[in-house]
Design a protein around this ligand. Structure first.
Ligand SMILES: NC(=O)c1ccc[n+]([C@@H]2O[C@H](COP(=O)([O-])OP(=O)(O)OC[C@H]3O[C@@H](n4cnc5c(N)ncnc54)[C@H](O)[C@@H]3O)[C@@H](O)[C@H]2O)c1
Length: 312
């Protein structure tokens, strides 16, 4: 199959590209490289340095005629979406519409889209896909609007889709840039010999909770979605709720070091608890998480530590 991956130079997208190539698929990558580097892109993938919002994007689709588009290019920062909702919508709504229009004009069979289970989870632990999202940020709204557009393009033009709503993804190649969750930040603090900060609540002294999923498991879900999960929205998550302090303790154990930790009061906009129910992924895609948090952290320890803020 020929797959065009948008955002294929990014953290998750680059693992998706590698997995597709390992399984014999032909891959084309479109990425504007504002936040990532081309070195991440597999050398067997054809690369276009193009913005998904530009007219050139449609030209690439016309040239390449992919069977499937896998969409990972996005504005992914929740705080940035609060600061600049216009930019967030430009990227995640207008950019996405440009991708959908190109799909329809050039008879792409299917689109696989990365969405956010954490941002869109309803008020229940573990959250199922059918719950009404809480819309606590413009990012959550723009991702949700994308899902609604998909529904329209599917019913109106017959474009097939699968939405994969991820929990907190971690693993090699992730930047510790403040948007990436605790693991790379804790890890980099450890490598730089700096203390970490835990945001605690009076009723949650061990910090917020999250559901962590390894990036290779996420990439494998994208492989299965090539021919499964038609017109479905599916959580890709471990289903295990873990406190920030538990992650910190696990890291200390794996790294064999006592690490200093400071507690601070709650931070504005933090979601206190987050955990997703992954049973639909098992039922529809035949997918299950395979990498435990301990294994994932051990792997990061083995990998060559840190290159300029990035666990590579
Ligand atoms: N990282 C997570 O934990 C997580 C969780 C849920 C959902 N997601 C979603 O997964 C997707 C990928 O996230 P990531 O963590 O790999 O982010 P990332 O920033 O590492 O990757 C995104 C890539 O898209 C590219 N890109 C951004 N805007 C573009 C544009 N206009 N045109 C072309 N390329 C563009 C960037 O250069 C980058 O290489 C995003 O849609 C994000 O919302 C991520």
């Amino acid at each position: 199959m020929k797959v065009l991956v948008t955002g294929g130079a990014g953290f998750i997208g680059s693992h998706v590209v590698d997995t597709y190539i390992q399984h014999g698929h032909e891959v084309v990558v479109v990425d504007h490289l504002r936040s990532q580097k081309k070195k991440r892109v597999h050398d067997q993938a054809r690369f276009y340095n193009v913005d998904i919002r530009s007219e050139q994007f449609e030209w690439v689709v016309e040239q390449e005629q992919p069977d499937i588009i896998n969409h990972h290019a996005a504005q992914k920062s929740v705080p940035y979406s609060v600061k600049d909702p216009l930019y967030d919508a430009d990227m995640n709504v207008m950019g996405f519409l440009n991708v959908l229009e190109a799909c329809v004009k050039h008879q792409v069979n299917k689109i696989i889209c990365a969405s956010s289970g954490g941002a869109l989870a309803g008020n229940k632990i573990p959250a199922t896909e059918d719950l009404e999202p809480q819309f606590t940020s413009p990012y959550a709204i723009s991702k949700y609007i994308g899902e609604k557009y998909l529904h329209f393009y599917s019913s109106h033009y017959g474009l097939n889709y699968t939405v994969l709503r991820y929990s907190n993804v971690y693993g090699p190649r992730q930047k510790a840039d403040g948007e990436s969750g605790a693991i790379p930040i804790f890890f980099n603090n450890y490598l730089a010999n700096q203390p970490s900060v835990l945001m605690a609540y009076p009723d949650q002294p061990r910090g917020t909770t999250r559901d962590y999923i390894h990036v290779r498991d996420v990439a494998y879900a994208n492989l299965l979605a090539l021919d499964r999960g038609e017109n479905e929205i599916i959580h890709i998550a471990s289903g295990e709720e873990i406190h920030m302090e538990e992650i910190y303790e696990l890291m200390q154990e794996v790294l064999g070091h006592e690490l200093p930790l400071f507690r601070k009061g709650p931070r504005d906009g933090d979601v206190k608890r987050s955990c997703l129910d992954p049973s639909k992924a098992k039922e529809i895609l035949g997918w299950e998480a395979t990498v435990s948090l301990r294994e994932g952290i051990e792997e990061l320890r083995e990998l060559h530590q840190c290159v300029k803020g990035e666990i590579s």
